[in-house]
Design a protein around this ligand. Structure first.
Ligand code: SF4
Ligand code: SF4
Ligand code: FES
Length: 520
């Protein structure tokens, strides 16, 4: 446990982590200090002065909390008259040229300026001269739209491109009321993490072209999830909303802080991968191309599985640990060959040294833990030999490397349990729709061996079934993720003492090794 110190805030004693600045240290005990420019990933810049606090120990009367470490016995003043006055003065300064835009601003509802005005300001404008006008709706590239008039010049975005992506596309030019954030002429944002700027901008000056004007944020239900875009498994928020008489639709993913996995950020491709959850979904149950009830589809699949002499079951590397276990169990039940072949989920040289991985599978690590074969040769041999392939949502054509398998895929009867309409599933005699990751819960293990849990976020009207539930309907013994755990614990030594309900929010590191690339 981290070392702690005791100090006083407005006369009340609190115990906080030593060494942290006052903003971070006091937030943990429920005390918020207003601030614009400080961000834990970017450090203290000290430019906004919104975080000024008093310290009763003979220092200068006011100090920036972002640059002041918590120290034992420190007496911090937050609701002093002088501090209130300074907060109001800073708010007045920030708002002198700020447009009264809130009703049409995308940030309304999650804007620091709006919140702090209500909390610390609440005064009428004294401006009697026209406001300074600046650039509106500026296309900064990578889907980022900038509004110079709304900017409070905290420089978070500029520091992000300098410190995090090290691409340096942004700068602040000019001085005083002419100062503005801009890109260099002809050099727009050009990095794979640019949309994080929208998250870290404390006001509505940086907005996402993708999300702008699609939904008011107070209508969004915000659930925690895990990105399935690659094997890093970044923590995300899934923001979704069900319109009256409509469907539950995901509007955006945002970065969720997880210091064990992704820190404060996610990549743009992962952020925009929410679209996949909404689009091209397989909602209909089909038997020989005819739409039937889901129960009829299950009956047809059962009949084929019972008759098959050499069935082959294929599991997806995106499936949860519990789903994989359930599929493994029914493979044993039917005497089927089981494969987790998924070379197509790897895109060589696409990863970087920050978050993005070459491996586009969310849970390949679990395939290895459950000892599910992933070898191409053995899959190909089993495929050539099989009279029935039951594919549990494995997109063998995720990348083009498997074109040679197409011919082999036509040679046996096929059942596809799939969440999306993809070429790999066409030609199947039975198609059973299933849920996509935002629509079920379970556990996945990222490439570094961090076991994370996630819960169901979205409930679409079509209500597709969890793969695990489908395996149960196909004769499997596992009826829920919880019921998978006794068997998983028994057969996987490293998970023997894991209680899924006790896995921390930041995940459980299963080994202490450096990155462990399990390969396809
Ligand atoms: S655009 Fe946003 S993040 Fe950048 S300086 Fe302005 S307020 Fe800060
Ligand atoms: S790095 Fe991978 S897991 Fe993280 S947001 Fe991007 S695609 Fe998703
Ligand atoms: S947050 Fe401390 S000066 Fe801006």
């Amino acid at each position: 446990m981290a070392e702690t110190v005791k100090l006083f805030v407005n006369g009340r004693e609190v115990e906080v982590e030593a060494g942290k600045n006052l903003i971070d240290a006091l937030r943990v005990v429920g005390i918020e200090i207003p601030h614009f420019c400080y961000h834990p990933a970017l450090g203290a810049d000290g430019n906004c002065r919104m975080c000024l606090v008093g310290i009763e120990d003979g220092r200068p009367p006011l100090v920036p909390a972002c640059k002041t470490p918590a120290q034992p016995g420190m007496k911090v003043l937050l609701d002093d008259q002088k501090i209130r006055k300074i907060q109001r003065d800073i708010m007045e300064l920030e708002l002198i040229n700020h447009p009264v835009d809130c009703p049409v601003c995308d940030q309304a509802g999650e804007c620091r300026l709006q919140d702090y005005y209500m909390e610390y300001d609440l005064q009428d404008s004294r401006m009697r001269v026209p406001q300074v006008t600046k650039g509106k709706r500026m296309d900064f590239g990578c889907g980022v739209v900038h509004d110079q008039e709304r900017c409070v010049l905290c420089a978070r975005c500029v520091r992000f491109t300098r410190q995090i992506t090290k691409t340096g596309e942004l700068g602040i030019v000019n001085r005083s009321d002419q100062a503005r954030v801009t890109i260099f002429p002809g050099r727009p944002l050009n990095n794979r993490y640019a949309l994080n700027i929208v998250d870290i901008c404390p006001v509505g000056a940086m907005t996402s072209r993708d999300f702008r004007f699609k939904q008011r944020v107070w209508f969004l239900q915000k659930d925690e999830g895990i990105c399935h875009g690659c094997s890093t498994g970044c923590a995300i928020y899934i923001d979704h909303h069900r319109e009256k008489n409509g469907d539950d639709v995901i509007y955006r993913y945002r970065a969720r802080t997880n210091m064990q996995v992704n820190g404060y950020f996610i990549c743009d491709a992962g952020r925009l991968s929410y679209k996949r959850e909404n689009e091209n979904r397989q909602d209909l149950t089909l038997v020989d191309g005819v739409v039937v009830d889901f129960e009829q589809g299950i009956a047809a699949a059962l009949e084929k599985m019972n008759k098959a002499r050499r069935p082959l079951l294929l599991v997806s590397p995106d499936a949860t640990l519990e789903q994989m276990w359930a599929i493994k169990r029914i493979a044993t039940f039917y005497g089927a060959t089981l494969s987790g072949y998924s070379d197509a989920y790897r895109i060589d040289d696409d990863g970087d040294d920050f978050l993005i991985s070459d491996d586009k599978a969310a849970n390949r690590y679990s395939l290895e833990l459950l000892e599910i074969d992933r070898d191409r040769e053995s899959f190909q041999a089993a495929l050539a030999h099989a009279d029935l392939l039951v594919n549990f949502d494995n997109d063998l054509f995720f990348s083009p490397i498997n074109e040679s398998l197409q011919r082999l895929l036509g040679e046996q009867d096929r059942i596809s349990v799939c969440s999306h309409q993809l070429p790999v599933f066409s030609g199947s005699s039975v198609i059973l729709p299933c849920a996509s990751p935002s629509e079920y819960g379970g556990s996945i293990i990222n490439r570094h061996g961090v076991l994370q849990r996630f819960r169901r976020a979205v409930r679409r009207n079509a209500d597709p079934r969890d793969i695990l539930e489908i395996t149960h309907l196909l004769g499997g013994a596992i009826s829920s993720a919880e019921r998978a755990w006794p068997g998983i614990r028994q057969s996987v030594p490293v998970l023997r003492s894991v209680e899924p309900e006790q896995i921390p929010v930041e995940g459980l590191l299963l080994n202490n090794s450096e990155e462990r690339d399990v390969g396809p």
